[in-house]
Design a binder for this molecule. Structure first.
Ligand SMILES: CC(C)(COP(=O)(O)OP(=O)(O)OC[C@H]1O[C@@H](n2cnc3c(N)ncnc32)[C@H](O)[C@@H]1OP(=O)(O)O)[C@@H](O)C(=O)NCCC(=O)NCCS
Length: 195
């Protein structure tokens, strides 16, 4: 096994203060701080429509982020921290109206504009993918993206995910990518969690 095993399977003992913490070579995935929730809502409201399926209910979104750092019924939100500041958010989510089997996690990610294109998306996705297989009994980790989202599609390829095929959801076309436990076990680990 690669990486650090925290108490409680990756959740810090002081879960209320910190929750799940995943350390990489440059990035730290951690719970959002209360002051960062406004930034996250602003990022949702101003997001390129290509990047989000639908704008969530604001109160529900804020309430969910208050619980960030905790995995709850397939939902997990983590800040992507670079040198002490959040540069975006990575999550697992449960798609409405599309049942997913136990052990399958759906992932989403968004970085602030000025931090894109520097390899952080690649590192964050690799870190969360590793954590889900190592600590959350994942069998499959998958994500849909817009067919025109070349940066996201490139990141999936770079971290060893494969193209599953097209998906129609929210009255739109998407492409689905995934990695299975077997594929994950066979791949190199460029962003192994720090010990
Ligand atoms: C998608 C996203 C998470 C990717 O993270 P990132 O840090 O920007 O990506 P990285 O720098 O790790 O890698 C991007 C790769 O795509 C390539 N790329 C980006 N745009 C490209 C384009 N238009 N054409 C060709 N290649 C492109 C980069 O060259 C890089 O490839 P490399 O690994 O060979 O260097 C980030 O750009 C983002 O937050 N975008 C807005 C929100 C979003 O679209 N989220 C995904 C919703 S499903």
């Amino acid at each position: 096994m690669v990486g650090r095993v925290d108490p409680q399977g990756g959740q810090d003992a002081a879960a209320g203060a910190g929750g799940i913490v995943i350390r990489g070579s440059r990035l730290l995935l951690r719970a959002l701080r209360p002051a960062e929730i406004d930034d996250e809502w602003r990022a949702m409201v101003t997001a390129d429509p290509m990047a989000i399926a639908t704008l969530p209910d604001e109160a529900g979104f804020r309430a969910r982020l208050q619980q960030s750092g905790q995995m709850r019924d397939g939902w997990l939100d983590l800040a992507i921290d670079l040198d002490g500041a959040s540069i975006g958010r990575i999550q697992t989510f449960v798609p409405p109206g599309r049942p997913i089997p136990p052990g399958t996690y759906e992932v989403g990610i968004g970085l602030r504009g000025d931090t894109r294109g520097k390899g952080y998306g690649r590192e964050a996705l690799a870190l969360l993918t590793d954590w889900l297989f190592e600590h959350a009994a994942a069998q499959v980790v998958e994500a849909p993206t817009d067919p025109a989202n070349i940066a996201m599609r490139t990141v999936f390829q770079r971290v060893g995910w494969t193209l599953v095929g097209p998906l129609t959801e929210f009255d739109r076309q998407w492409v689905m990518y995934k990695i299975t436990r077997r594929e994950w076990e066979a791949r190199p680990r460029p962003f192994a969690q720090r010990q």
